[in-house]
Design a protein around this ligand. Structure first.
Ligand SMILES: [Zn+2]
Length: 359
């Protein structure tokens, strides 16, 4: 069985926040917006003054910073007490995941508005739940994708460039992992095998990044919106989002997960570790020329290509062994490969990636 999953509607553009009320009022007049204090300070006024019916109301509730069961339950209670028609999450991954979870428990529609383009999570039917102290607790698999994902490119252009570049690193893996899963007929997070459509979006994602990421990075540095930045935000968020959810993950994300066992990599962003995982995956597949092309690309836009850049500076052999074992843990997406991948193979790929990255 093949499945492709996506949000019902994806809206992207410069200053679309000016149409906020007219977009959310399709679900009702009484809307709850969840955002942290920093994001609230940026979006509250434009949202309150946005175009829409006079009787469309927007209420703000401050997100406490952690997508935990306690925080979700707190907001579920508020939604039930006030009988809101729609939940809107505005901000980064944890805010958006909380809004998705609240929507699931209250059976209300959800609008997701990312203010950064640092991962491909916003479009997916998944929330990552943490404890109140910020430790990973569980994945909450949701029965549906968000009703609307809307992204204001002006807001994203004002975020730090490193976040956009990290999103490029996350999106860079999508095609290479999707292709492994497509060929292996692996079951993706969507619950089915990949489709031609999902694979085509993943390929378009990779091609768009290679062609336009550098120009988009410059736009982000200058805090300007141009076509290249628009295309990269779409690649990081939408193309990569559908590509990974409906095709699947393979070695790049498993190696990312492996790297997280080393505390010295914790200061690096998700997409920065995934980029190194992508280079390692290509070497694992013996795609050396493609790996070299990706290394050149990563260096140009400022993604790490060596273990040292990831923070791993001593006892390298020992630590890479540890990472490789964790990458091949039971249930890891590396087992989506059509042939068996062992920690020895991963260790050799990571060390080779590091050596090539130093050249
Ligand atoms: Zn990712």
């Amino acid at each position: 069985m093949k499945i492709i999953a996506s949000p019902s509607k994806y809206i992207q553009g410069k200053n679309i926040i000016e149409n906020f009320k007219s977009i959310v009022e399709t679900f009702g007049k009484n809307n709850l917006i969840i955002a942290d204090s920093f994001v609230t300070s940026i979006v509250k006024e434009p949202i309150e003054n946005s175009k829409g019916s006079k009787d469309t109301k927007v209420s703000f509730n401050l997100f406490n910073g952690e997508c935990s069961k306690n925080e979700i339950n707190r907001i579920v209670k508020i939604v039930n007490e006030h009988n809101y028609d729609c939940i809107v999450g505005v901000g980064g991954g944890k805010t958006l995941d909380t809004a998705k979870a609240v929507s699931f428990y209250t059976k209300k529609p959800v609008v997701i508005m990312p203010t950064i383009a640092s991962t491909d999570a916003p479009t997916s039917a998944l929330s990552v739940i943490y404890t109140d102290d910020g430790a990973f607790e569980e994945y909450l698999m949701l029965p549906k994708n968000p009703d609307i994902v809307m992204i204001d490119t002006e807001i994203v252009s004002n975020a730090p460039t490193r976040l956009l570049v990290s999103g490029i690193g996350d999106a860079l893996s999508t095609y290479y992992e999707a292709k492994v899963c497509f060929d292996a007929k692996a079951i993706a997070m969507s619950g089915g095998q990949s489709t031609l459509a999902a694979l085509a979006l993943a390929k378009l994602c990779r091609d768009t990044l290679l062609a336009e990421a550098y120009e988009a990075k410059i736009s982000s540095d200058l805090k300007l919106v141009n076509e290249a930045l628009e295309h990269i935000i779409e690649a990081n968020t939408y193309l990569s989002g559908i590509g990974f959810e409906s095709s699947g993950l393979a070695a790049a994300h498993a190696i990312h997960n492996g790297l997280t066992v080393l505390p010295e990599t914790h200061h690096m962003f998700h997409g920065e570790k995934v980029a190194f995982g992508t280079i390692s995956q290509l070497i694992l597949q013996n795609e050396i020329e493609e790996a070299k092309k990706i290394i050149t690309f990563c260096k140009k836009i400022g993604l790490p290509t060596t273990l040292e850049e990831l923070g791993i500076k001593d006892n390298i052999r020992e630590k890479v062994k540890e990472v490789s074992i964790a990458s091949c843990a039971p249930g890891e997406t590396i087992h989506n490969f059509p042939y068996k991948i062992t920690p020895d193979m991963v260790e050799s790929a990571i060390l080779t990636a590091d050596a090539l990255g130093k050249l």
